[in-house]
Write a protein that binds this ligand. Structure first.
Ligand SMILES: *Cc1c(COP(=O)(O)O)cnc(C)c1O
Length: 237
């Protein structure tokens, strides 16, 4: 093996070890909460990491992945999908209206439906293409200016618009709690909004707090750095 081969082999080994650890923690957290571990899907967030870094977890059986940029996903995933056709790709970053068609073509789940204009565009493109990725409504539980998502007080009306008026396949809610606040309050708020709207999917929890999220009912946890390591490249625009 060349030196680079050895280096990347070690990185891949680290990723495989991290992945097994996270899987174990997910299962333990589910059992501790009296839940069936099979109810919780680990979504591996590969953003900023190249396609070949996905292979250690793909080869270990991981199939749900998250990306936060349409363009990065487009560069990275079609080739991997040929090799692993049962992939489930989640969009977890903001979606601009002019990228909706691409997003609908590439992703199996769009977790960031956050405004009427986007919901309308999604409904139109789904009608045109016949493709129907699952939709999650992103809720800005901390009402942060810089963060996307519908405000908690507007969530019920927006969910009704997406589901009843536009016929979107709304399968869940998603949130990203403020970094400096106790995440459990936000997880509980999201779970409450989901329950009163009869929605079963809850995408919440990241590397720092996925075990807490599972305690509060997460059905999907989005874990990046705990598996792939610290991101050194800036998140592409
Ligand atoms: C990057 C990202 C994650 C993963 O974050 P980590 O802290 O690396 O686990 C989860 N959710 C969203 C929306 C992200 O953008």
């Amino acid at each position: 093996m060349s030196q680079t081969d050895t280096a990347s082999h070690n990185v891949d080994l680290d990723i495989a070890v991290n992945y097994a650890e996270v899987q174990g923690h997910v299962a333990d957290a589910a059992r501790d909460a009296g839940r069936d571990p099979a109810e919780v899907t680990l979504v591996a967030v590969g953003k900023t990491f190249p396609a070949e870094r996905m292979l250690p977890v793909l080869n270990a059986g991981q199939r749900a992945f998250g990306e936060n940029r349409v363009q990065e996903a487009e560069e990275k995933w079609p080739a991997l999908r040929q090799q692993f056709p049962d992939l489930c790709l989640h969009l977890i970053g903001p979606l601009q209206s002019n990228k909706v068609r691409k997003a609908v073509e590439i992703f199996d789940v769009i977790e960031t439906v956050d405004r009427p204009k986007l919901a309308v565009a999604l409904a139109r493109i789904m009608d045109e293409t016949g493709l129907r990725p699952d939709c999650y409504i992103q809720v800005n539980t901390g009402a942060e200016d810089q963060k996307a998502g519908v405000l908690p007080e507007d969530a019920d009306a927006f969910i009704a618009q997406c589901r009843d008026e536009l016929g979107l396949p709304v399968k869940g809610l998603m949130c990203i709690p403020p970094v400096d606040e106790e995440p459990s309050l936000h997880f509980q708020l999201l779970a409450d909004i989901a329950a009163r709207n009869g929605i079963s999917g809850l995408s919440m929890g990241m590397s720092a707090d996925y075990e807490t999220a599972i305690e509060f009912g997460a059905t999907h946890v989005r874990v990046g750095s705990a598996i792939f390591g610290i991101r050194t490249k800036p998140i592409s625009a």
